[in-house]
Design a protein around this ligand. Structure first.
Ligand code: UDX
Length: 453
């Protein structure tokens, strides 16, 4: 229930154009709106948020830019971010200027501050120009931030050598980042290391930002949060898991298939493995076929999300894949699922995930153990933490072969080891629930943040 109160001043939010960034930004928007702030979302044409009934109280403004609409897909996320940040620095200044020129009639029209996704760093310079307070919002976690910063330092010191895919040091631990290995560093599958480092250099730079909001929980990464505080020397507000703090207005990239919930309703408790690799993981056709045969031989029930276009070089439809597997009653394949509802369903026993940070938080928030198959960037960091720090899952690191898939699924769904992971996952779930209750760490952090706003 929304607290009845006078509207406070306006906050301008700048989300990055990706599902995994828009959702937590809109959850933050909802949390701030519930606290009484008015919300303006400043976005480029690459975001797909539109004013709707659910978002009726939010104002949307468009940051003009002249990038081809195909750039997001054609350039891949890293090159695209570099280009978008250059392109928007000037136009966002104009946008903010226009907003400020509209003489505030009511206090709620006055801009209190700008909150920008850490990868939309162009916003910092623009807000600085108008002397507006600015806050960074990290939709990923503190450990991933520490890794990006470490990558910039390693690159400055030793160049590309330690960061290359086959550098000979992949299995070595990175100093001061225990238990992360060189191969867990958040390099991108979409661009050479040099380009990622260029983005990271800017996104790790706090500039004149006054503080950082971060979608994580203190108990998950105490030492990384301490490190972050010391490194940036500004207040850090860990207020996650945001999806448990405030339900976001619908921000889904694709239409959610509700039929899968009816299907789950017919399954036994903890009998289904849910498989979803987030919003932009790509798989080779042969990997999908090996996964399919591994699932068949594991003898487990599964709910599998396969986004259209996510299998490289294949026109295979989900229906064709399921019928090839010849076990129609044991599986359900959809293009996009209502993931939070799926993970909360009692029939789901484990989650095969790419370990995007939202998926990881959503899984831990429901006490569901994970099979981790990271694809790019922070997903590798998260997967390592799931396996070695929180110990609520296993990582599949070898080539995806039928036997490897079968073994991983059975480890979680059948073996005693899986039961132990489930117990730890349930205990973590309780800790996350406590963190958002009054007196909980995230709740207090959000209160502190509101006071400063
Ligand atoms: C991206 C990066 O890949 C990730 O590394 C980073 O941490 C955030 O941005 P993405 O691939 O989109 O994330 O994954 P994730 O962070 O897990 O976000 C995916 C979101 O889509 C989740 O909130 C999930 O609930 C939702 N989703 C996914 C659905 O609603 N339905 C689905 O079928 C699949």
């Amino acid at each position: 229930m929304e607290e009845k109160q006078e509207r406070r001043r306006r906050i301008v939010l700048i989300p990055a154009p990706a599902q995994g960034h828009i959702s937590p930004m809109m959850q933050l928007a909802r949390a701030l709106h519930l606290k009484g702030f008015s919300i303006t979302v400043a976005q480029t044409k690459f975001n797909y948020l539109k004013p709707s009934k659910d978002l009726a109280d939010f104002q949307f403004i468009t940051i003009p830019e002249s990038l081809p609409a195909s750039d997001l897909k054609n350039l891949g996320p890293v090159w695209f971010l570099l280009k978008l940040n250059k392109e928007c620095e000037f136009s966002f200044k104009e946008c903010l200027g226009h907003l400020l020129l509209q003489k505030p009639l009511k206090p709620e029209e006055e801009i209190a501050c700008v909150i920008y996704d850490e990868f939309m760093y162009f916003a910092e310079a623009a807000a600085k120009e108008f002397n507006l307070p600015k806050l960074i919002f990290s939709t990923e976690n503190a450990t991933a931030f520490a890794c990006r910063s470490a990558m910039c330092k390693l690159y400055a010191k030793d160049g590309l050598a330690p960061l290359k895919e086959r550098c000979g040091r992949e299995e070595e631990l990175v100093p001061e980042l225990h238990p992360l290995r060189y191969k867990d560093l958040p390099t991108s599958a979409f661009a050479p290391v040099e380009a990622s480092v260029e983005v990271f250099k800017s996104s790790c730079e706090k500039g004149t930002a006054s503080s950082m909001i971060i979608n994580t929980v203190s108990c998950l990464e105490v030492s990384s949060l301490e490190w972050l505080q010391q490194e940036l020397k500004i207040p850090i507000y860990p207020i996650g898991p945001l999806h448990m703090v405030a339900s976001a207005p619908p921000t889904s990239l694709l239409e959610e298939n509700e039929g899968c919930i009816d299907w789950l309703n017919k399954q036994k408790p903890s009998s289904v493995i849910y498989i979803s690799l987030g919003s932009f993981t790509l798989l080779e056709t042969k990997e999908v076929l090996e996964m399919a045969s591994g699932l068949v031989s594991s003898n487990q029930h599964f709910l599998w999300v396969i986004r259209p276009g996510s299998i490289l070089g294949s026109e295979l439809t989900n229906e064709e894949l399921l019928s090839m597997m010849e076990i129609p009653d044991r599986g359900y394949i959809v293009k996009w699922a209502p993931q939070k509802q799926v993970l909360a369903h009692s029939a789901v026993g484990a989650f095969w995930s790419h370990c995007g940070w939202n998926s990881t938080l959503e899984s831990m928030g429901e006490g569901v153990p994970m099979i981790c198959r990271p694809f790019t960037t922070d997903q590798k960091v998260n997967a390592r933490y799931v396996e070695c720090v929180w110990r609520v899952g296993v990582q599949v690191e070898s080539e995806l072969k039928r036997g490897v898939v079968e073994r991983a699924v059975k480890r979680l769904m059948v073996d005693e080891e899986g039961e132990e992971m489930k117990m730890r996952a349930l205990s973590l779930k309780e800790k996350l629930k406590v963190s958002i209750l009054p007196e909980g760490s995230s709740h207090s952090s959000l209160d502190d943040l509101i006071k400063t706003l």
